[in-house]
Design a protein around this ligand. Structure first.
Ligand SMILES: NC(=O)c1ccc[n+]([C@@H]2O[C@H](COP(=O)([O-])OP(=O)(O)OC[C@H]3O[C@@H](n4cnc5c(N)ncnc54)[C@H](OP(=O)(O)O)[C@@H]3O)[C@@H](O)[C@H]2O)c1
Length: 178
């Protein structure tokens, strides 16, 4: 955290993308852990990385984000990389991913609270699902390459406006249900 703050220094920060994330794993299924194997320590670890760390990073970098938002025509946007698996209004038949899905739902709520918090006035916050992407987490069966995902998210991020403050977006810019 301190290293990141030092690297940004007193310059403004226009874009913060909280991308790092983890999913609980086991040897018996491709994604997540079945109910019988869910343990408190594993759940806490996933929450720490996927929900608490992004919020703490945003808190630490708030001064630099505010500098950017106050400078001329520039804007300051925080993108929290979330997941469609966290959307309670989306029907997905994905069982046994208790910690990951819950942690990303909590990250979505963190995004919404930040967007409504008077102390972050002038900044924009969105949660974005990057699609099902061929990475270590997404597996080789995923539909999108990282390049496909990022090239579709970039124009969405660049065009984020006040109306989208605090929403959950798909990688193509469409709004996902909470
Ligand atoms: N792939 C998908 O289909 C998919 C779908 C929906 C959402 N997402 C989200 O997209 C984001 C990126 O996921 P991915 O698919 O690229 O997963 P990944 O292949 O497993 O890579 C995860 C990345 O997060 C970093 N990371 C994990 N824990 C960290 C920590 N404590 N401190 C610093 N860095 C940490 C890892 O760094 P190291 O390599 O150094 O450990 C790695 O670069 C995640 O938030 C994930 O939930 C992915």
């Amino acid at each position: 955290m301190e290293e990141v703050k030092a690297a940004v220094g007193s310059l403004g920060l226009n874009l913060l993308v909280n991308n790092a994330g983890i999913m609980e794993k086991c040897s018996t299924q491709t994604f997540g852990v079945p109910l019988g194997n869910v343990e408190p320590e594993m759940f806490r670890n996933v929450l720490e990385t996927n929900t608490i760390a992004p919020l703490m990073l945003i808190k630490a970098l708030l001064p630099q984000l505010k500098v950017a938002a106050a400078t001329g025509e520039s804007r300051a946007i925080v993108v929290n990389i979330s997941s469609i698996m966290a959307s309670m209004g989306t029907s997905l038949n994905r069982h046994g991913i208790y910690a990951y899905r819950s942690s990303k739902t909590a990250l979505n709520m963190v995004t919404k609270i930040l967007a409504e918090d008077p102390s972050t006035k002038g900044l924009l916050f969105v949660a974005i699902h990057p699609g099902w992407v061929r990475t270590d987490m997404g597996s080789s069966e995923a539909l999108l390459t990282p390049e496909d995902s990022v090239s579709q998210m970039l124009p969405v991020i660049v065009s984020i406006n006040e109306k989208q403050n605090g929403v959950l977006l798909n990688y193509d810019g469409s709004v996902l249900p909470w």
